[in-house]
Design a protein. Structure first.
Length: 83
């Protein structure tokens, strides 16, 4: 059974050293979780690898919060499943 997308994102954030007791959708990636702009790009690649699709690219331009990242990743998953 596949893991929910949110678990892939949580795992990726924790791999980058995010030690927040709980990662919430409203958390700002940079301010609240300490993920810098270069790490956000690396985070996107890690999410795709963890999801089992290292061949796809998750566009993170304009992504600020965990919710933004989840929304963008969900759109990518939908596009890949349809395409």
């Amino acid at each position: 059974m596949a893991r929910p997308l949110e678990q892939h994102i949580d795992s990726a954030l924790r791999a980058f050293g995010c030690d927040a007791s709980e990662i919430l959708p409203v958390h700002d990636l940079q301010t609240d979780l300490g993920i810098d702009s270069i790490e956000i790009v690396e985070l996107a690649a890690l999410i795709c690898r963890d999801w089992g699709r290292p061949d796809v690219r998750l566009d993170v331009s304009g992504v600020r919060t965990v919710s933004d990242l989840t929304t963008r990743a969900r759109a990518l998953v939908s596009a890949v499943e349809v395409g």
